[in-house]
Structures are given as structure tokens and as C-alpha cells.
Design a binder for this molecule. Structure first.
Ligand SMILES: *[C@@H]1O[C@H](CO)[C@@H](O)[C@H](O)[C@H]1NC(C)=O
Ligand SMILES: *[C@@H]1O[C@H](CO)[C@@H](O)[C@H](O)[C@H]1NC(C)=O
Ligand SMILES: *[C@@H]1O[C@H](CO)[C@@H](O)[C@H](O)[C@H]1NC(C)=O
Length: 217
């Protein structure tokens, strides 16, 4: 190979590597924002439905690094008798100190341990990927396209949750009730709105998302 060709190759590959890393960085930022908004929405609607509920402690299986001497408040929670952390968001069972519970209602997305963040992140990744793909391919963001992405989100959700999911959710997207379909559609809409609100079209060198014949409530 000629030296000059080699140099051109080197420039090309290094260049595209930098591009790729920049893309990855922006993509992570995008996914993080969308997942975090899913969690914020869940908290809001949970509190609307259960205005008197103050916390919702859930078992976490992820590794956490809480200092055991910071579990100072003895309390009876829905999950049993616990010692609660100074931050009031983490509890340790008094019967078995390896059982840790996190208050997902009072944590924002960044505070969640990875097992509790992973569902939101998985859905956000799919939604973000297809929003970007749609923009690149100049797709119309119509009801049809929103439903196409929602269907993929649903299929991937079934793959992850098939073992635990209720039977009436383990059906093709078109067989879901409108209420269930709307949950997936909402995830896509949040990805679109976040894209526009954070001006991500500058970072991804694209246009904003323009909805086509789609009414957002
Ligand atoms: C845990 O907290 C105690 C008291 O706040 C402190 O003295 C100790 O150094 C901490 N241990 C670690 C590993 O951070
Ligand atoms: C405490 O919980 C862990 C994790 O679930 C379990 O593996 C362990 O057997 C439990 N220990 C006791 C003494 O119950
Ligand atoms: C889904 O709905 C179609 C009709 O639209 C029906 O033929 C099919 O049996 C349904 N599948 C499931 C798994 O419910």
C-alpha cells in the first residue's frame, strides 16, 4: 500500500472514531434525559393516584456502597422492620442486613440503583435510537411511525419481562388495549419532545422532530 493511501486511511479511521465517540457521548446524554423523564413522570402519576403514600421501598439486588453506620433510624416499613439511612431513601432489613430496600418514589433517576434504572434505560435507548433513525431517513413522525417504534418497544419489553409479565400483555402490539398502547406511544413522544427541548438536533446534526398529523395532549 502506498504511504499516502495509508495516511488517508489513518485520517479517515481516526476521524470516524472521534465522530463515533462524540455520537456515543451525545447518545448517552439523550438516553439519560429520556429515562430520567420516564421516572419523573412515573413519580408524578403515582402521587396523583396515591396522594397519601409517602414512600415506596423496593428490594434492590444491585451492588450499593452505603456505609452501614449511616443506617440510623429504626422504622417499620411496608417491607418489614428496618434501619433507615440518614438520607431516608435506603433501608436495611433488621433481620437480614444484606436485604437493602430503596425508596423509588423519593429517588430521582440518578439515585436509583442499576436494577431499578434498567427498565427505563432499556426503553429510552430504543425510543432514542428510532427517533434518530427516523430523522436520518427523513421519516414523517406520523401516528404510523410513532406506532412502529411503539411496537418495537413492546416487543423488546416482552423479551425482557416475559417471565413475569401478565398474559394479556404478552400479545402483539396491535392486540394491546389502547391504554397499554398509549404507554409505549408516550415513551416515544417523550423521546421526541426531549430531543427538541434539549436542542439535540444541533448535536446530532439533524432537524428537530416535526410531528405530522399527531396531536400531543
Ligand atoms: C462510615 O461512617 C462513619 C461515621 O459516619 C465514619 O466514621 C466511617 O469512616 C465511614 N466509613 C466509610 C468506609 O466510609
Ligand atoms: C439474607 O438475605 C440474603 C439475600 O436474599 C440470603 O441469601 C441470605 O440467605 C439471608 N440470610 C439469612 C440469615 O436469612
Ligand atoms: C390478535 O388479534 C388478531 C385480530 O386482530 C387475532 O386474529 C389474533 O388471534 C390475536 N392474537 C392474540 C395473541 O391475541
Amino acid at each position: 500500500m502506498h504511504l499516502i493511501t495509508l495516511i488517508i486511511y489513518a485520517i479517515f479511521f481516526c476521524g470516524s472514531n472521534v465522530e463515533l465517540r462524540r455520537f456515543d457521548k451525545h447518545f448517552r446524554f439523550y438516553v439519560q434525559n429520556v429515562a430520567s423523564r420516564f421516572h419523573a413522570n412515573w413519580r408524578k402519576s403515582f402521587l396523583e393516584k396515591n396522594p397519601f403514600v409517602r414512600n415506596r421501598f423496593k428490594l434492590t439486588k444491585s451492588r450499593t456502597n452505603y456505609n452501614s453506620s449511616d443506617f440510623v433510624y429504626p422504622m417499620i416499613l411496608t417491607v418489614g422492620s428496618c434501619l433507615v439511612h440518614r438520607n431516608l431513601k435506603v433501608a436495611q432489613s433488621r433481620l437480614n442486613s444484606s436485604l437493602l430496600y430503596v425508596d423509588i418514589l423519593n429517588m430521582n433517576y440518578n439515585e436509583l440503583p442499576s436494577d431499578w434504572a434498567s427498565e427505563n434505560r432499556a426503553t429510552a435507548r430504543i425510543a432514542c435510537r428510532y427517533v434518530l433513525q427516523g430523522l436520518r431517513r427523513k421519516r414523517l413522525f406520523s401516528q404510523n411511525y410513532i406506532d412502529e417504534i411503539s411496537e418495537i418497544i413492546h416487543i423488546q419489553w416482552m423479551k425482557r419481562n416475559g417471565e413475569y409479565a401478565s398474559k394479556d400483555l404478552m400479545v402483539p402490539f396491535r392486540n394491546l388495549t389502547e391504554i397499554e398502547k398509549d404507554k409505549d406511544r408516550k415513551a416515544v413522544l417523550i423521546a421526541c419532545i426531549t430531543f427538541n427541548e434539549h436542542f439535540l438536533y444541533h448535536r446530532f446534526n439533524s432537524t428537530p422532530v416535526h410531528f405530522f398529523g399527531y396531536i400531543i395532549e
